[in-house]
Design a protein. Structure first.
Length: 138
């Protein structure tokens, strides 16, 4: 069995941002040489997320609006965690959107359903953060 590990690094321009990372994950898969197995992709920061959904700008706008309604950034005084910080909303948004995804690998390709893509969700951005890609298989 083969095992592969790589970190993908991001520095977003905005506090909240969604990035399609499917091409980078497929590059990792190509580098790994794995033809059949599993790919784990997870955010390594507690105010970021990795999730699977459709790459459609209207949907991403809706996610951002919905998340801001669920856990508004301001006023920062509404959260106990924000004593000395201002990212409590990012922790809550990550909890809703999830930490990681696992995707089957079949024939050397990510085995998706229709329209599925992998996204990095940033909820406390404008600084360097990373995603772990771990691939195992044959």
């Amino acid at each position: 069995m083969k095992s592969y590990r790589k970190e993908l690094w991001f520095n977003t321009k905005n506090r909240l941002e969604f990035i399609n990372i499917t091409p980078q994950v497929q590059e990792c898969l190509d580098e790994s040489g794995v033809q059949e197995g599993l790919a784990l992709v997870n955010a390594m920061h507690i105010t970021a997320s990795v999730f699977i959904n459709d790459d459609e700008s209207g949907l991403h706008h809706d996610f951002a609006r919905w998340l801001e309604e669920l856990a508004p950034h301001e006023p920062v005084t509404r959260y106990r965690h924000n004593v000395g910080e201002d990212n409590a909303d990012g922790h809550l948004k990550r909890q809703v959107m999830g930490r990681e995804v696992v995707v089957a690998i079949t024939g050397g390709r990510l085995d998706f359903g229709p329209w599925e893509q992998i996204f990095y969700g940033e909820f406390d951005g404008r600084r360097r953060k990373r995603v772990l890609v771990k691939i195992i298989g044959e």
